[in-house]
Write a protein that binds this ligand. Sequence first.
Ligand code: ATP
Ligand code: MG
Length: 367
Amino acid sequence: MEVRLERLSKSFGANAVLKALDLTFPERKFITLLGPSGCGKTTLLRLISGLERASSGSIHFGSERVDHLAPADRNIAMVFQSYALYPTMDVAANIGYGLKVRGVPTSERVDKVGAVAKVLEIAHLLARKPRALSGGQRQRVALGRAMVRKPDIFLMDEPLSNLDAKLRATMRGELKRFHLDLQTTSIYVTHDQLEAMTMSDLVAVMNEGVVQQFATPEEVYDRPVNLFVAGFIGSPPMNFCDVIVTEQAGRAALVLAGRSFPLPDHFNLSRLEEGRRLVLGIRPQDVVLAERDDPHAIPGSVWMVELIGSERLVEVEVAPKVRVCAEVKAEVRAVLDSPAAVAFNPAKIHLFDPKTGLALPRSDGPL
Ligand SMILES: Nc1ncnc2c1ncn2[C@@H]1O[C@H](COP(=O)(O)OP(=O)(O)OP(=O)(O)O)[C@@H](O)[C@H]1O
Ligand SMILES: [Mg+2]
């Protein structure tokens, strides 16, 4: 079922938490709300579920306006971070509770609970109480309770955040798999970008109650619309450096730390913009360590070296307090304080206006 938000706002007292959101979540998609703590993700999910009332604006499921409906009348299922299982009921009763309150007969209920438990591989746990389950098992029970009702929309608020890293990775795959099988519109809240990037069809990157970008994981990664999205998505974070537009051999170039290099082909800046200040963004994965006599490389000295498994992060200081991080193979050696130089993959250079924070228009269009 499609979910549409129109000019949706929510304030708690003087605190404007969501600011006039206009968004359409297409049906059958897996959509992630991604953003830092306090940006309004849970609040938005609670508005969609009906647990919270909007200050203004409207919410539509398909062609029906739902914001006046109680949660029970919206045919949604919600999975919380805390799982919120009933401690005195066994697993079967927990999963079947929503069916029971809707008056589904016992035999039908047993069948449905059994089928869901089988899919989730918890059929052997049906007689246990939640306290006798591991975190991952409780997680599955919470999911089972949501799935058994065949809701129009799944709402999930950081359902994996209480699990250890290994189980989280497994559950990421399983959740994605469930979604592919069930094709129920799913809205998933997380502040973990890996979850957002791996599981979603579409990601809404939020900050301070505003959706900064709503696009595919590929787009938010390769075509961030502003400095916030560029800096929030990607690990280690994108490097940002101040540059100045200049002219070199009749065409536009960029000056960074006293070195100039050609403006990448995917930008069109007229020579009139000479002297304009911009912010250059480049991901550590798109920076290489170069020879110091490479004319387009920027020389400096090694400021920090960190091994992160199969890769090594090398931070090169190219001017006082201006450091560029390169992610290189672990075999590449770099000695602290020794001379080094960095070069950028020109196709991967991002440029932003420092005043507005917006990405400069590109001549190569969308992905
Ligand atoms: N019931 C409430 N009363 C007053 N303020 C609230 C209430 N619920 C949320 N807020 C405020 O709204 C803002 C957004 O909170 P919300 O829980 O939506 O953030 P979040 O993005 O889910 O963060 P996190 O990642 O930490 O869960 C915060 O400033 C929070 O303090
Ligand atoms: Mg939250």
